[in-house]
Design a protein around this ligand. Structure first.
Ligand SMILES: *Cc1c(COP(=O)(O)O)cnc(C)c1O
Length: 428
């Protein structure tokens, strides 16, 4: 595979940008080699600057549920840009997006738009503290909620891949307010509540873990978190930055029938532009300025371009049968991949929830972080490159989710399975 132009660009990038990338997960550190610089995308495919074509299962790490450059999104962006890109004053379309979110999520009476999932989670934590008057937060090892100081503790993929358990530059005093429990282990949560009965503001959780690779919630886990927080007067925060509008129109909370107190969103609701959101019950959201004492603001929040792309995307997702279709396609893909792993006697486990999936090089089952960590990252690395060379773009780390979009078809799925078989054979 010719990557000469990408190699040139990466060399330049490393001079001007730390590590050559604006987000560490793009750097290919875990798998080695040069990240292809992407020139354009269309539907389920992307092309790099050397003209190599790939079927894309990264989907910009989750937002691109419609695929690349969906005509409806492109048209909405054109129209919005022609009318001006930012005013720092209210615009009609931000109300439309907010209403769509409130209508989709029964637990969300009102919602504040921000510019990233990081901001959404950071603000949700502040809100849970403002509302309860308590300081401690529980998060789960392997879950990622953006890079705010207090949340960068055992924070999954990026940090796991790069071997940084907790970031440098985070004061211990901040990190000490974060208690780290084990995903799918209610006893590890109860132990903190027993030790701090009145000290815990809330629990933040990815209802389906996506940032240690996909790990579904165990039977009763989310229900247990709901029960424990309600009894203790703490808030339950669902981080639906990936799962919101991905697993169902109403997110994981609709799929599993659990009502959190605060929900954070991002990724899909921006249709590929930078957006985040946090919302919840009226009495909680009334704490947020200008109504209440919790301050949170943003020059570009509710940006006309971002909300236009978001509204256009959600309108597509509202159509009947969308989730059945995308989940069915993802199932065909993961069933096909499982079959070839079995056929070629490669120990592997594919976890899938809806249209998000991870193939672990691990005989399985992969149900908790300890299992995830036992995956064979050397085999993943070789498989990743064998796939990339053959035109399949997946996340450059074992500990990430892959995404099927509405732009993928049976043809791409068949092609992917065929190529995966060749890739496995080439690894012998
Ligand atoms: C991506 C992600 C975030 C952070 O969102 P950014 O827009 O990258 O800041 C937070 N939570 C989860 C679950 C995510 O996957």
């Amino acid at each position: 595979m010719n990557l000469s132009r990408s190699e040139e660009l990466f060399a330049q990038a490393q001079k001007y940008i730390p590590g050559g990338v604006n987000s560490p997960v793009r750097s290919f550190r875990a798998v080695g080699g040069t990240p292809p610089f992407i020139a354009r995308g269309q539907g389920p495919r992307v092309w790099d600057v050397d003209g190599n074509e790939y079927i894309d299962y990264l989907g910009s790490w989750g937002p691109l549920v419609l695929g690349h450059a969906h005509p409806v999104v492109v048209q909405a962006l054109h129209k919005a840009a022609e009318g001006g890109t930012s005013f720092g004053a209210p615009v009609e379309q931000e109300v439309e997006l907010a209403k769509m979110i409130c209508d989709a999520f029964p637990s969300v009476d009102s919602v504040r738009l921000v510019n990233s999932g990081t901001e959404a989670c950071m603000s949700a934590i502040r809100l849970s503290r403002a509302f309860t008057g308590r300081n401690k937060i529980i998060k789960f090892a392997g879950c990622y909620h953006g890079h705010a100081d207090g949340l960068l503790v055992k924070a999954g993929s990026g940090a796991m891949t790069h071997g940084i358990p907790t970031s440098a530059g985070v004061p211990e005093s901040y990190a000490s307010e974060t208690l780290v429990a084990d995903f799918n282990d209610l006893a590890s949560v109860e132990q903190f509540f027993n030790a701090n009965p009145d000290g815990i503001a809330g629990i933040i959780v990815e209802p389906v873990a996506g940032n240690m690779g996909v790990v579904p919630p165990a039977e009763g886990f989310l229900e247990g978190l709901r029960r424990i927080t309600s009894q203790a007067g703490s808030l339950l925060i669902f981080d639906e930055v990936i799962t919101g509008f991905r697993l169902e129109y109403g997110g994981a909370q609709t799929k599993f029938g659990i009502t959190p107190d605060i929900t954070t969103l991002g990724k899909i609701i921006g249709g590929g532009l930078p957006v985040g959101a946090y919302g919840g019950r009226t009495d909680i959201m009334e704490m947020v300025a200008p109504l209440g004492p919790m301050y949170q603001a943003g020059t570009l929040s509710g940006n006309p371009l971002a909300v236009a792309a978001g509204v256009a995307t959600l309108n597509e997702l509202k159509k009947p049968g969308v989730y059945q279709h995308i989940d069915g396609l993802a199932q065909k893909l993961t069933d096909g991949l499982s079959d070839i792993f079995v056929k070629h006697e490669v120990p592997g486990t594919i976890n899938r929830v809806g249209s998000m999936f991870t193939g672990f090089f691990n005989p399985g089952p992969v149900e908790i972080l300890t299992h995830v960590e036992k995956s064979d990252v050397e085999s993943h690395k070789r498989f990743f490159h064998a796939m990339l060379e053959r035109g399949i773009y997946t996340a450059p780390s074992q500990f990430e989710a892959g995404f099927v979009s509405l732009a993928h078809t049976q043809a791409e799925v068949d092609q992917t399975i065929e190529i995966a078989e060749e890739a496995l054979k080439s690894m012998r």
